[in-house]
Design a protein around this ligand. Structure first.
Ligand code: GLN
Length: 313
């Protein structure tokens, strides 16, 4: 059985098949600047702990992290504030609702977001990131992402950040709700600025795959022996990726693919195959749940070809 990718060409064959599905998807348009993305592009990278990596498709395309950033700020908040603090403000259970839903906030008592992967939970986590100003808090998030990706050139797409900031009324309303109920206690505009910038951190699928590899290898960069994040935090993040990482399609994804993964409305998917490798995918055409339609097909094919499902040992 094949368990290791051997060449870019091998991955390209899978991309060519998966790419046909982009036609069935739609690029996100509720953040105006995301509409400019090319619907038919698809790229993938796989990163192994020994430093080897392969990629295929439109690999020079860049994506903004969007909801993928939620796993990274969660890791940071756990590092800085500890498990007890973080989980006294945000829960650990999937919602079965769309990522931006407000519904469960109203019916849950006390009013605590159900998990850190939905917008309400992610806003609560971003609120925890420490620093004297929004700028300082953002630089700290950016530095953390650069360290995880081992690429100090990663930056932010200011146009996409601004476009989301100007149109983030749903996230504003979630934040005001959280503030009213004492879950957060900062100026909502500050939180919006920080959150929309974190979502607009920009990279390519190879950067994403390297981040996935750190999570996959229990927080360690195996090449340098450096522990980037503690093992426990990597474990918690991967577990959330399994239970809530693909929004309200997480159950189906766990059955069909079986990889801890986190998607974003830009069309990015971060995959962390425990003990094996990291995967980064970018395909802007989305399905009706907001996940990259061709990206999911590609992951299904990769999971089969390389025996990646964590539920298949
Ligand atoms: N920035 C986006 C938002 O808050 C992220 C959502 C997502 O990627 N699903 O709406």
């Amino acid at each position: 059985m094949v368990s290791h990718c051997k060449s870019n060409e091998e991955l390209q064959e899978l991309v060519d098949v998966a790419k046909t599905y982009t036609k069935q998807g739609k690029v996100a348009d509720y953040i105006p600047a995301l509409k400019q993305a090319r619907r038919d592009d698809l790229s993938v990278a796989i990163s192994y702990p020994d430093g080897k990596g392969y990629c295929a498709g439109d690999v020079s395309d860049k994506l903004t992290l969007q909801s993928i950033s939620k796993v990274l700020t969660l890791a940071m908040a756990l590092l800085e504030k500890g498990e007890e603090h973080v989980f006294s403000y945000v829960g650990k259970e999937p919602t079965g609702d769309p990522f931006n839903s407000i519904a469960k906030l109203e019916t849950n008592t006390p009013s605590k977001p159900l998990n850190p992967m939905i917008n309400a939970g992610a806003l609560t986590v971003t609120h925890m990131i420490v620093g004297k100003s929004v700028d300082e808090r953002f630089s700290r998030i950016l530095q953390f992402v650069r360290d995880m990706a081992q690429n100090q050139d990663i930056g932010v797409n200011e146009e996409i950040a601004r476009s989301e900031y100007d149109s983030a009324d749903l996230n504003r309303s979630l934040s005001y709700f959280l503030k009213q109920h004492g879950v957060i206690n900062e100026d909502v505009e500050d939180l919006m600025e920080l959150y929309t910038k974190q979502c607009a951190i920009e990279m390519d699928c190879k950067d994403l795959a390297r981040i996935g590899c750190i999570f996959a290898m229990n927080g360690k960069d195996v090449m340098t022996e450096k522990q980037i994040i503690p093992e426990d935090i990597a474990r918690i993040c991967k577990t959330f990726m399994v239970t809530c990482g693909m929004y309200n399609a997480s159950g189906e994804f766990a059955i069909n693919v079986g990889i801890p993964a986190k998607s974003g409305v830009s069309g990015g998917i971060l995959g962390a195959v425990p003990g094996k490798c990291g995967i980064g995918i970018y395909g802007a055409a989305l399905d009706d749940k907001g996940n990259s339609i061709a990206g999911i097909k590609l992951l299904e094919m990769m999971a089969k070809k390389y025996s990646l499902s964590m539920f298949n040992t």
